[in-house]
Design a protein around this ligand. Sequence first.
Ligand code: UD1
Ligand code: CA
Length: 458
Amino acid sequence: MIFSIILAAGEGTRMKSKLPKVLHKICGRPLLSHVINTAKSSGIDKNIVIVGNRSDLVRKTIEEEVTFIEQPMGEGVPYGTGFAVMQARDFIEDDSHVIILYGDTPLITNETVNNIIDFHKKGNYEATVLSADFDDPTGYGRIIRDKNGNVEAIVEHKDASERQREIKEINSGIYCFNGKSLKIALDRLDNNNAQNEYYITDAIKILNDLGLKVGGYKILDNEEIFGINSRQQLAEAEKIMRKRINSTHMTNGVTIINPENTYIDADVRIERDTIIYPGVIIEGKTRIGEDSIIGHNSRIVDSVIGNRVEIQISTIIESKIDDDAHIGPYAYLRPNSEIGRNVKIGDFVEVKNSKIDDNSKASHLSYIGDAIVGKGVNIGCGTVFVNYDGKKKHKTIVQDNAFIGCNTNLISPVEVEEGAYIAAGSTITERVPKGSLSIARAKQVNKEGWVEKKGLKK
Ligand code: UD1
Ligand code: CA
């Protein structure tokens, strides 16, 4: 069995944040969730997360299924990566493999996790360290190799001699251990070092002293072990992750006109032959079908978009848009809006908590709130669904094939029945019966010769 221990108890003071570091997001997901998802997609089903700093918030926020273990925190309490791993000791089975990961190192890929496991198994190692060559290794633990190329020890920068500090091969902090050996090493860790911390890195020398073999698997792409300590690094990691996400979509057959300024969250799914224009932001768990066009500077959050939909420079939040619909430019779909097939929601139309059925149109300058609109309805320019009486929101129903003239106010609760017409400029306060024409506006009065009589003629 393989399981992971993900260290996420540290403080992250350089973020200067109220939020624990591992809950900061890149591409719409907390850092820690990226690591958990990578572990899961590497086939690691059991994942243990060591939490400490603001652990209640971490437990509450993380949606993935994991086992949380509390690392005690506070003055006088031991600290360090070794102490963190010790908290999971009782979960470690002798014949298991344990992958140790960091919650603040979100760019690690499942290929690398699988490679380190393969390398570990093939080499018959008791532990394997994921290492990398850094031009500037300052601050990192250094890898000490023996004459056979196995890893003899890891020396922390603060504990290293001048000569050891010249070593460019660093410890990523990611390891694979055999369960039994990890437990043996944990039981022997101490904190006699420059930082008075329990170092998990000391496990390497402990195993060597017991005559057990430790491997060093060097990563090819240093990007993957990039850890986040500051907001600058958060932005850098976001950029790398964004590039990967966009590249995956393009591999899957999505056209992204300018990937450098297209922002797609990690959990978004897009079908092939959809085209994404520059400046688009697609967030959360949004799904987009085939052959759709997402025009420039649109923002779509947690929404479901069908096939052949065209969206131009619009904002769509928690809504559903069916096939062949046209949205925008400058439309605003607020939560819980359902737009049917072949519907047109045009410029400066706002829709909130409303269902608009197939083939209906609201082409310009309207507000549709708390409404049920049937099929084939025409909502004229400037129509307002007056859903709020100052205290409560009310519902409006417009049945199939109704025609709402321009600049109509529908004072809800109110119902317009099937096929009814409303004259432009009407303020509708009562039910409009099926098939009728409703006119609710002052009658026009023409006062002939009035301008001349008033002496206003030019
Ligand atoms: C650690 C390694 C170092 C390696 C570097 C790579 C040790 C002793 N050193 O150093 O060799 O080059 O990572 O980035 O392991 N954490 C806890 N509980 C703790 C302490 C830390 O959960 O008590 C977590 C932190 O939240 C963080 C991770 O462990 O995610 C690493 O801790 P950090 O203090 O940053 O380790 P480094 O000193 O950088
Ligand atoms: Ca660190």
